[in-house]
Ligand binder design. Structure first.
Ligand code: IVH
Length: 712
């Protein structure tokens, strides 16, 4: 990786451990010593990244180190040396693949971290052009910055002859055999290809292929462990997994991984005149049959460029592959030539980096939380770190096996990932920074809330507290009962439930309907109005659909969708209580695991008594009326993306279901049609396009509902 590799850093680490330093600390240091230290750290990371394909820190942490070095070198230009990582692109190559000299250098990109830095770049280019007497409007091409591995493909006489990695920019590695297995890369170009054409782009691993590889590695590791062998490291992100997949000795392994490619730049051209603009070059590459990313746009102002960047900050997760920025390039190739390059990056392009989604921090402790069904979930207590747009101090570790697979231990420096709306995750430890003798973490044997035993049944991934009187479980159950997807009782959140439990006003969910309001009125926090509001919210909850009640009962394995399926399929609470395991399993949407759990729940006398008390309190126990609408969409699966005017997402799905159709969240071969509303998700549209699934505009939705046919 170059300095400003499109790369990684270490939050919370001391200087001895490595990592970027705060500004005040830097000011007090001997600059030459710190520069040496930073160069050593960056070189070591470059080696891990480029030679070993095993980076030890996230890109964002690496970028901080490079930034610090660049700033120090800018303050002390006399200390700049040609071998500084800031003066070089990429890293050396490994001995595994033959070297390839690039006819045209493969450069890196400078980064802009925010709007101001983007504007600074715009000002710099404008000044440089003015100094050359080239004033005038500049057009910009914006492309996605694909988070993969830079690759140069060489075609001679229209035939694919060689693929080489970037390496240090002058010499890369010959990975032709491996790249030849990538389906997106054509063996031959369309007619009219020049004598020599080099196409540069990014090899990447799509997210679904990455997830498959992850799941497969975990399964293989389990089998290996069972046979007494050691497993392989589980891939941590698509980029590393993609790099590892590409640099295999056996090209058939590469072929099995599902790598793909986007082309974004011309290299050497012989025997043809290249188009005068970058956008023209992209169009040419496309016409020759190379895959050029469709999200590329040309703009006349930096404001529009910034809006494009801001759009992708919000929508990066709509894509079926990972991006880490937007690359902005000056469109006119003559203007590009006039702007020229620095020693490592063109002046005519800049990478606008998206906020990092991975950082490192210290894992202070692993604790266990107890959920409403007694599930004991280990979670990481972290030294707070800003990642994925917010400060993260806690992250789930899911279950005992996950902690083992990841081998994270209190005291470790760990990589934390927070991608979009997804909950923060501990990816794994940075083993190089593990203190000597750090003990493995042991799952506790006792519930941290009640001290009762934590039990893990044979074949179950989860460990549970089995004490029905566990106070934490009680709190979580009643809080869940009042929550939005269940009985939706405003004013009965966790704090209130905790208070009422402490005062003995509540013991179980049925007590919600016999609260002593006079007693509550005596509490300092409650006045007439708040008690009246609470009372009417509780009264209103009696009318909630049966599915909500079922979900609110805290039955193991029964989620919201399962509750809906049972309410619809069996029609009433009484029918569900009387149903056999087979009756329940026969309901569409309820499998054998749910059936066994629901049946066992209603066989337990204590639960039956609880349910009888709820019925006596007057909660709704009847399922929804069967739909009387014509079943125009029976057996058809319709995916909705974006907003259909006049419908909320739930309304649109309900309208499809009421006509016998299904409305899953993702597009597959089985999808009948995709309804494309306002602001649709790019990944659904792309997938529908690639599978040839018909797309229906929002104004054709009504016709689709009424006729069940695609509007003509
Ligand atoms: S242009 C001379 N365009 O980002 C310009 N690079 O940080 C060379 N990358 O080495 C690069 N998407 O591996 C360019 N649309 C895009 C890109 C892109 C991803 C990578 C590429 C490059 C690195 C620089």
């Amino acid at each position: 990786m170059a300095a400003a590799k499109d790369a990684p850093p270490t939050a919370g680490a001391s200087p001895d451990e490595g990592g970027a330093l705060p500004a005040e600390a830097i000011a007090e240091m001997d600059p030459a010593g710190r520069i040496d230290d930073l160069r050593d750290q960056i070189r070591a990371h470059n080696r891990s990244y480029y030679e070993l394909d095993a980076p030890t820190i996230p890109d964002a942490d690496y970028d901080l180190l490079v930034r610090e070095l660049q700033e120090l070198e800018a303050l002390h230009p006399d200390l700049i040396t040609p071998d500084s990582p800031t003066q070089q692109v990429g890293g050396p190559t490994s001995a595994q693949f033959a070297p390839v000299t690039h006819a045209v250098r493969m450069m890196s990109l400078d980064n802009a971290m925010d709007r101001d830095e983007l504007r600074d770049w715009g000002d710099r280019t404008a000044r440089k052009l003015a100094s050359l007497g080239l004033e005038g409007a500049v057009r910009y091409v914006c492309e996605l910055k694909i988070d993969g591995l830079a690759m140069s493909l060489r075609y001679e006489g229209g035939r694919f002859v060689q693929a080489a990695t970037r390496g240090d920019g002058r010499t890369g590695e010959d990975v032709t055999a491996n790249v030849a297995t990538i389906g997106a890369i054509p063996d031959r170009l369309a007619d009219g290809a020049p004598e020599v054409l080099e196409a540069r782009g990014e090899v990447y691993l799509p997210i679904d292929a990455f997830q498959r590889l992850q799941a497969q590695t975990i399964a293989e590791n389990e089998a290996a462990e069972a046979a007494g062998r050691k497993g392989r490291p589980v891939p941590v992100n698509p980029r590393n997994a993609g790099a590892g997949s590409l640099r295999q000795k056996d090209a058939s392994v590469t072929a099995s991984r599902g790598l793909s490619f986007w082309c974004y730049q011309l290299g050497e051209i012989v025997g043809a005149e290249a188009p005068p603009t970058h956008s023209g070059a992209l169009q040419w590459l496309r016409e020759l049959g190379l895959p050029v990313n469709p999200e590329t746009k040309v703009f006349d102002s930096l404001e529009e460029v910034y809006d494009f960047c801001a759009h992708w900050v919000e929508h990066r997760h709509d894509l079926p592959y990972e991006i880490d920025g937007v690359v902005v390039k000056v469109d006119d190739l003559a203007v590009q030539a006039a702007l020229g390059t620095t020693s490592k990056a063109p002046r005519w392009a800049i990478a606008y980096k998206l906020p990092p989604e991975e950082r490192t921090t210290v894992l202070q402790d692993i604790q266990v939380s107890i959920g409403r069904t007694g599930k004991a979930t280990p979670f990481a207590v972290l030294e707070p770190v800003f990642v994925g747009g917010s400060t993260v101090g806690l992250a789930t570790l899911h279950n005992e096996d996950q902690v083992k697979v990841k081998d994270v231990r209190p005291g470790d420096t760990v990589i934390v990932r927070k991608a979009g709306d997804v909950i923060p995750e501990v990816v794994g430890p940075v083993l190089e920074l593990r203190p000597k003798g750090l003990p493995e973490w042991e799952f506790p044997k006792e519930c941290p809330s009640c001290g009762g035993p934590l039990v893990r049944e044979e074949g179950e991934a989860q460990t549970r507290c089995v004490n029905p009187d566990c106070p934490q479980k009680r709190l979580a159950r009643i809080t869940h009962f009042g929550s939005r997807g269940a009985m939706d009782i405003e004013g009965l959140g966790e704090q209130q439930v905790q208070l009422f439990l402490e005062l003995g006003l509540l013991r179980d969910v049925a007590d919600v309907y016999s609260l002593d309001y006079d007693r509550i009125l005596e509490l300092p926090r409650y006045g007439e109005t708040s008690v009246r509001n609470l009372r009417s919210a509780i009264e209103a909850s009696k009318q909630r659909p049966l599915a909500n009640l079922l979900f609110g009962l805290n039955i193991v394995h029964l989620g919201q969708a399962g509750g809906e399926a049972l309410a619809e399929g069996l029609g009433s609470l009484q029918a569900i209580m009387d149903a056999s395991v087979d009756d329940i399993a026969a309901v569409d949407g309820a499998g054998p695991i749910v059936a066994a759990s629901v049946h066992a729940f209603f066989q337990d006398p204590a639960n039956r008594e609880l349910v009888e008390r709820l019925i006596a309190a007057g909660v709704n126990t009847e399922g929804p009326e069967r739909s009387v609408l014509p079943q125009t969409l029976a057996g058809r699966s319709i995916v909705v993306t974006g907003t259909v005017p006049g419908y909320s997402r739930e309304d649109a799905e309900a309208a499809i279901k009421a006509r016998g159709g299904k409305s899953p969240g993702s597009v597959s071969k089985k999808t009948f049609a995709v309804v494309v509303g306002e602001e649709p998700g790019a990944s659904k549209v792309t997938k529908a396009e690639s599978l040839g699934i018909p797309m229906v505009e929002a104004d054709g939705f009504e016709a689709l509902l009424t006729t069940g046919e695609l509007p003509g």
